[in-house]
Design a protein around this ligand. Structure first.
Ligand code: AMP
Length: 127
C-alpha cells in the first residue's frame, strides 16, 4: 500500500502546532476537538488526530490502535459533554475528491443541535 503524502502546511497542522488559534472543545493524548470556523449546524465540532494523517483512508490503515481508540473515545466524550448524545448527532468524514475533502488532515465532523434530516438523498431520487 502506498502511504499518502502529508502536506504539513495545512491549516489543521498549524492548529496542532499552536501556530493558529482554534476554539478548543476538548483534548486527549492523541486527539483534539475544536469548533468548525463555519458551523453548518448549531453544534459543529471537528475531531482530529494529532498525528499526521491525510484522511480516513490514511488514518485507518496507518494509525496505531492507541491513536484510533483515543480518537473515537474523544469523539464520543465530546458528543456526550455537548449534550448531543441524547437527542442525536451525525459524524461525517470526507475522504478525497468525490467527497470534497478540503483540509488534507483527517477529521470527523460532529453535527448536532437540530434535526439533521435524512443522511443523504437516495441516488435514484436526485434530480
Ligand atoms: P472538509 O470539507 O471535510 O475537509 O471540511 C473542512 C472543514 O474545516 C470545513 O467545515 C471548514 O469550515 C473547517 N475549517 C477550515 N479552517 C478552519 C479553522 N481554521 N478552524 C476551524 N475549522 C476550520
Amino acid at each position: 500500500m502506498t502511504h499518502a503524502t502529508y502536506d504539513d502546511s495545512n491549516v489543521f497542522a498549524k492548529i496542532i502546532l499552536g501556530e493558529i488559534p482554534c476554539d478548543k472543545v476538548a483534548e486527549s493524548p492523541h486527539s483534539l476537538a475544536f469548533r468548525d470556523i463555519e458551523p453548518q449546524t448549531p453544534t459543529h465540532v471537528l475531531v482530529i488526530p494529532k498525528g499526521a494523517y491525510v484522511s480516513s483512508d490514511d488514518f485507518a490503515s496507518q494509525a496505531s490502535d492507541a491513536e484510533i481508540g483515543d480518537f473515537f473515545r474523544l469523539l464520543g466524550q465530546v458528543a456526550r459533554d455537548l449534550g448531543a448524545a441524547e437527542a442525536g448527532y451525525r459524524i461525517v468524514a470526507n475522504h478525497g475528491e468525490d467527497a470534497h475533502q478540503e483540509v488534507p488532515h483527517f477529521h470527523m465532523h460532529l453535527f448536532a443541535g437540530t434535526d439533521l434530516g435524512r443522511m443523504i438523498k437516495p441516488i435514484h431520487k436526485q434530480t
